[in-house]
Design a protein around this ligand. Structure first.
Ligand code: NAD
Length: 489
């Protein structure tokens, strides 16, 4: 069965393009999928445009759109095992992590179903004139290009697809070329749930050949992009000539601040998951550990011991605690950051070399790595390595902790660990980040907005704002008793 989904039909790439998808854990061939070309992108945009301008979906009552989202949530739940397995094969992540992700996808669809069901007819504006009906209504934002990354393939897709459908938009989805399978499965479920043809379209392929044309196309009204900062800048520039709405979820270089009065055992435990979960391939990874001077030695020793004990392995290895990096190129990049950090004066405490276990030889593995005595000007501290690399910096007091934490172009997330509630709240309020955890790391709920300050992005996903991203407001002014004004009489 072909894998491009355009105007309600599964089609092969018109120019015959294909791409092999290989599991990063061992290089085995997962499948060969269709790779879209310019003509496929053109057909998909046209289908989405027609469905928006002439199709029923944007004019379908919100209650019916909400019901469809609920049906999709149910279908995802039905297919959760196949989806989790597919996600693990594409990404190499542990099956249990994929299972969590798919459960989150279901929650995301339910959240946007509830929000959509609660949509009202807009806000009545009191003009003071009983013969004027003035109201502000929300309408779907038009044709959307949804472009997603490979680290949480279906989850990041759900954060866009669910609100886009709830708002009544139509879209062309382009998942990462490395991890297309759960997007393909999702399209099948959307069709099964009864979504009209042309509303959801799927094109597979590389960023430059398939993503970029979507961001430039004048028939696209909105681009919602999740990915790296450099790509985000290109997306924004490409969208500028046609003044598209852009929503950007970009990277992070997130501080994890630990004061000496924290619960040390718990903070060590969380510092490990903060950065090494999914081998650091998490936008909100706590990759910069900031430790108060007097706690530094004890804390870092404990983190290093914990990092050394993390076992690497493939998605279906029950003893593994984290998996491979996504690709050979990505592992090269992570290695280069570690080498640069050491050259700039960081002290390598553990990791820092590919594992020599022959069982891991065919995968893109890289071990949890801790670099101590780091300084803010090092490239490994400033830039997102997106790998299992923790940099450690010391601070003396609250002011220095906040200065170091905010000394980054990013502003996605961060955490503060302290037994002093006042201090924790003070520091949290001074962090320039879209999400701040106190005595915790990583949790999120679909009811709360997610997104970045500074160069971590524009706009918010999830929460009520996540639906509003896909809506335009319109002021409707209705004169109930029109008569000549006589202004020029
Ligand atoms: P990436 O920027 O390389 O690619 C993201 C997507 O953009 C892919 O689908 C890719 O094919 C496409 N793309 C590439 N070039 C393009 C272009 N010129 N025009 C249009 N599309 C293009 O990112 P990645 O490596 O897939 O993902 C990792 C990055 O994503 C990290 O920086 C991570 O922090 C970020 N991320 C952010 C969040 C968040 O919520 N803020 C969530 C997940 C990942």
């Amino acid at each position: 069965m072909p894998e491009l989904f355009i105007d309600g039909a599964w089609t092969a790439a018109r120019d015959g393009g294909v791409r092999e998808i290989r599991c990063p854990a061992d290089g085995t061939l997962v499948a060969t999928v269709d790779e879209a070309g310019a003509r496929d992108v053109e057909a998909a945009v046209l289908a989405a445009r027609n469905a928006f301008d002439r199709g029923p979906w944007p004019r379908t009552p919100a209650a019916e759109r909400a019901a469809l989202l609920s049906r999709v949530a149910g279908l995802i739940e039905r297919e959760k095992d196949a989806l989790a397995r597919s996600e693990s094969l594409d990404t190499g992540k542990r099956l249990v992590e994929s299972e969590y992700d798919i459960a989150d996808v279901v929650r995301c669809f339910r959240h946007f179903a509830a929000l959509t069901a609660a949509e009202d007819g807009g806000r009545v504006v009191d003009t003071g004139d009983p013969e004027i009906d003035s109201r502000v209504v929300r309408e779907p934002a038009g044709v959307c290009a949804l472009i997603t990354p490979w680290n949480y393939p279906l989850l990041q897709t759900a954060w866009k697809v669910a609100p886009a459908l709830g708002a009544g938009t139509t879209f062309v989805l382009k998942p990462s070329e490395l991890t297309p399978h759960t997007a393909i499965l999702l399209m099948r479920l959307l069709a099964e749930a009864g979504l009209p043809a042309g509303v959801a379209n799927l094109v597979l392929g590389a960023g430059v050949s398939v993503g970029a044309p979507l961001t430039e196309d004048p028939r696209v009204d909105l681009v919602s992009f999740t990915g790296g900062l450099a790509t985000g800048r290109r997306v924004m520039a490409a969208a500028a000539p046609t003044v598209k709405k852009v929503a950007l979820e970009l990277g992070g270089k997130n501080p994890n601040i630990v004061f000496a009065d924290a619960d040390v055992e718990t903070a060590v435990d969380y510092a490990l998951t903060a950065v090494f979960l999914h081998s650091g391939q998490v936008c909100s990874a706590g990759a910069r550990l900031l430790v108060q001077d007097e706690l530094h030695d004890r804390f870092v020793d404990a983190v290093v011991a914990g990092a050394r004990a993390i076992r690497l392995g493939g998605p279906f290895d029950p003893a593994a605690r984290t998996g491979p990096l996504i690709s050979a190129a990505h592992r090269d990049k992570v290695e280069a950051y570690v080498a640069a950090g050491i050259a700039e004066g960081a002290v390598l405490r553990c990791g820092g070399a590919r594992p020599d276990d022959p069982a891991l030889a065919d995968g893109f593995y890289y071990p949890p790595t801790v670099l101590d005595e780091c300084t803010p000007d090092m490239s490994v501290v400033e830039e997102e390595s997106f790998g299992p690399v923790l940099t450690v910096e010391r601070f003396r007091d609250e002011d220095e902790a906040v200065t170091l934490a905010n000394d980054t172009v990013y502003g996605l997330a961060g955490a503060v660990w302290s037994g002093d509630v006042g201090r924790a709240r003070r520091v949290a309020s001074r962090l320039r980040a879209g999400t701040v955890w106190i005595n915790d790391f990583h949790p999120y709920v679909p009811q709360a907005e997610w997104g970045g300050m500074k160069q971590s992005g524009i706009g918010r996903e999830l929460g009520p704002a996540g639906l509003a991203e896909y809506q335009e407001t319109k002021h409707l002014w209705h004169n109930l008793a029109p008569r000549p004004q006589g202004w020029f009489a």
